[in-house]
Design a protein around this ligand. Sequence first.
Ligand SMILES: Cc1cc2nc3c(=O)[nH]c(=O)nc-3n(C[C@H](O)[C@H](O)[C@H](O)COP(=O)(O)O)c2cc1C
Ligand code: SF4
Length: 433
Amino acid sequence: MPGLYRQVIMEQVLFQHNRPGRAVTFTEYCGEGGFDALKKALKELSPNDVQQLVIDANLRGRGGAGFPTGKKWSFVPRDLPGPRWLICNCDEMEPGTYKDRVLLEANPWSLVEGIILACYAIGVSHAFIFIRRGYETAAGNVRRAIAEAKGAGLIGDNILGSGFSCDIDLHVSAGRYICGEETALMNALEGKRANPRSKPPFPAVKGLWGGPTVVNNVETLANIPYIIANGPAWFKGLAKIPEAAGTKLFCISGHVQNTVCMELPLGMPLGDIIDGPCGGMLPGKRFKACIPGGASTPFFTEEHRGVPMDFDTVAKAGSRLGTGGIIVFDEETCLVGATLNLVKFYARESCGWCTPCREGLPFVVDVLARLEAGKGETEDIDILREHVKYLNLAFCALAPGAMGPVEGLLRLFEEEIREHIIKRRCPFSRGNN
Ligand SMILES: Cc1cc2nc3c(=O)[nH]c(=O)nc-3n(C[C@H](O)[C@H](O)[C@H](O)COP(=O)(O)O)c2cc1C
Ligand code: SF4
């Protein structure tokens, strides 16, 4: 697929400054148009103009839910006294998702510039980057970038003589998956136990230390400079289908030839991603299924290979684009076992705050483990179905997310579960066929 590769390379936005094996420097970034968007905004655009450009560009949050970014910013009341905050979410602990790490290891500058632009639009004078402890290289790059940008007058008091002042702090988190949930993250940042908070009030009105707060993902914020520099029409034109806008960082793992993080146009069909940039399946292997958007999303199968990878199209087809973390499984994979593996992660990461999740996820793990070992009963299928519904009642999105793959397993691979029950063993275990 050499043609596809050429096309992909032409459409790089977030990865356009990348250097092999090292991060792009401040001088290189500036030499390639870096910080021009900030200079333009501070000179020519009002905060409302910046927000409107982001709304018109139809940028949707890249942290998992795909919420429209400009709309989220517009919920922040402009007339409340006291400070308001912006938090960049770089907790990134969902299995199969590693795009924010790859982005920051290559280029911390677009994020720094995007944060200052977002703060200008929302009227924030202090932003935090919340990063997980394991991301040492990325954190080091961001720390150096903040210091250099401060030295160049791009962060701090009276930025570029505009009268606008803004600071950025890097917070290295102790880390848990639940710290990525935006309200748990705010508790963690305040030094409290990372339990989610009830909503409402929503963070845009009452968030960090009780002040209006916007939480955005790394990739979301890193897109802002390019939207301001090139305009909404250009941004929309990057996508493969009219209802989508921009590119997406897809990180691929599993049984493909190339397990890499790639920047691709939104709306590219799933099959083209797997067969093109991923180099197809491992030699001699056939595609069975994939998790299309991070570990909390329901499976896609062969019949979904034509689905354009965008938020609404993937949702219409029964899953979620989520974080863009695609995990590919070949025909020899036991999907009962794969689902068990995923739910074990969520059961371990439950913060324990509410009963359905604290008690329900370990129970689901037990049922799946029984089924995988060939010790399950037909009733277990209904028990799992009930728990998909039951765990939707949990306090935050961790538990429904945990049940995403279970729901997909029941809908698409019920026969495979039944085979385990009838044969009294896993049909995929070595020596069992
Ligand atoms: C359990 C859980 C973990 C999450 N982890 C992350 C994360 O690591 N990074 C992230 O950006 N969003 C994560 N989210 C989503 C955030 O709560 C929030 O929606 C997101 O940071 C908003 O950014 P966006 O609008 O730019 O997508 C998580 C949500 C849940 C429920
Ligand atoms: S759903 Fe799970 S992670 Fe979320 S609050 Fe309840 S126990 Fe905590």
